[in-house]
Structure formats: C-alpha cells, structure tokens
Design a protein around this ligand. Structure first.
Ligand code: OOG
Ligand code: MG
Length: 261
C-alpha cells in the first residue's frame, strides 16, 4: 500500500484531468507500485473532496462485470465506483459531447434500492428483496486516461470512468421478470451494433449488486436505501460522438436513448 502523500498526489492528478478535460497517462506509469487498494484509497479521497464541495452520493456502479467490457478494456477484474448528484442527465436533452474528454456510452440494468444492504453473505435473493424497482439505463463514461488505457488500479482511482447516467422510463418490480433473460438491442444512428441479455453481467445482474454489497460490507459501508446501482455494461461501450444517437432497447424495460451534440 502506498503512503498517504502518493495517494493525495494521485487524487490531485485525477481531479485536475477532470477539471481541465485533458486526458493523462496512467498513474501506474508514474507510480508502478500502485495496488488495487491504493486505487480505492484514491477514489475515497476524491469522493470525500466532492462531498465536501457539496455533491451528494446517489448510488454506486459496478465496472467490468461482463466479458464484453473486460475484453474491450483489457481488464478482467470487476470493480466499483460511486455515483453523484451531478450525474443524472435527462434522456430528452441532447448531451454536449465537449463537456467531457472522450465520452462513451454503455447499456446497463439499474437497481433502485428500497433497503440498506451490506455484506457479508448477501445473495441474489437478498438483492431482489431489497430492490424497489429495476429500470434500464445508459452510462456515459469518460476515462481520464489517454485512449481509455488503464490497469485495474488506475481505473478504480478514476472512479471507474464515472461521468453521467441516463435512466430509462419504465420501472418494474424485479420479481416480475427474469432479469438474466431480459434481452438488449443496442443501436447507434439506427444501426444495430450489439445484442446481449441480462446474463452478460455475471450470469444475472443482481449477482453484480450482491458482490458490491459484500465488498462494501468488508469496508464497513453499505448500499443505501434510495440509491441507484448500475450493474455494469452488458456490451462493449460505444463512442458518443456529436450528432450521433445511441438507443438501448430492453425486453420489458423499454428504450433509453442519448443524443450527442
Ligand atoms: C471503466 C468503467 C466500466 C462498466 O459498466 O463496465 C464500467 C471503463 O470502461 O472505462 O462502467
Ligand atoms: Mg458502466
């Protein structure tokens, strides 16, 4: 584990990349000994600073929970990040692509929680029982690293590329459908680019949420009532270009879209 000065310096580097909207080289190039725990320590420092500046936590996100994402990013390790009050973007408003460095979009299944949930021992059934509703969503990610090129420690430090979220229009009770078998069609400018089902994230999207609750439990933290949890991209992410339109249509959960300008 790196010392506190290195953690603080890394937090400063990431925060200035966010502020200046300029991609940076990997932290692990500069600090080759950074561990995954260091990554979470850096994420925690930045989270604390954002909360102190008046942002609020509204949820959490899983990263790299599907094979498609792991292959695209060349990182095979699932992880988590935080979602903040500045994140939600209304789906009927165009998204200004130049407000981020190099945004990409990915389709996800979203859990909105009615109960606090923390490990150890949290199962898929516990997740379903603690969920108020599920909906579909698009996550707009924006790596602070050049070319989205990073190790697991780097991307955890960068809050797993967190930037913006869009939520779909239909809320369903999670016991009403088999989320593993919810189909997904991803289209860019009307062209089909990928298909998947809920099972792409660890066999069942609630499996990813259970893993998050168990991880947070080991750190004395929890998934809180009212939070939304993005369970992880089901397909490889697609670039969000000015003028492009990305639509994800899910079985039972409807369509969620974003248009870049
Ligand atoms: C890291 C974020 C991964 C997901 O859903 O897998 C993620 C990245 O791909 O830049 O949010
Ligand atoms: Mg994601």
């Amino acid at each position: 584990m790196s010392n506190a000065a290195v953690i603080t310096e890394c937090a400063d580097i990431i925060e200035s990349a966010v502020r200046n909207r300029i991609a940076i080289g990997r932290l692990t190039e500069q600090f080759p000994d950074l561990t995954l725990d260091d990554g979470y320590a850096i994420q925690d420092v930045i989270t604390g600073r954002r909360l102190a500046r008046g942002e609020r936590l509204i949820g959490a996100k899983l990263g790299l929970t599907s094979r498609a994402k792991q292959l695209q990013m060349n990182v095979a390790e699932p992880m988590y990040g935080r979602l903040f009050s500045a994140g939600p973007h209304p789906s009927n408003e165009p998204f200004v692509v130049s407000s981020l460095i190099h945004p990409r979009v990915e389709p996800e299944i979203v859990f909105v929680m009615k109960e606090h949930l923390a490990g150890p021992g949290v199962t898929v059934g516990d997740v379903i029982a603690a969920t108020k509703y599920v909906c579909c969503g698009l996550e707009i990610i924006d790596s602070r690293y050049d070319n989205f090129s990073f190790t697991a420690a780097d991307v955890v430090a960068d809050n797993t590329s967190e930037a913006k979220i869009v939520m779909g229009p239909i809320m369903i009770t999670p016991t009403d459908v088999d989320l593993a078998l919810v189909g997904l069609l991803l289209e860019v400018d009307g062209e089909q680019v990928a298909t998947a089902s809920g099972a792409a994230t660890m066999g069942h999207p609630a499996e990813a949420v259970a893993m998050l609750a168990n991880w947070l439990g080991t750190r004395g933290q929890a998934i809180e009532a009212g939070w939304c949890v993005y369970s992880g991209g089901l397909t490889a992410a697609v670039p969000l270009a000015a003028g492009s339109h990305v639509a994800a249509t899910f079985g039972h959960l409807g369509t969620v879209t974003v248009r870049g300008i």
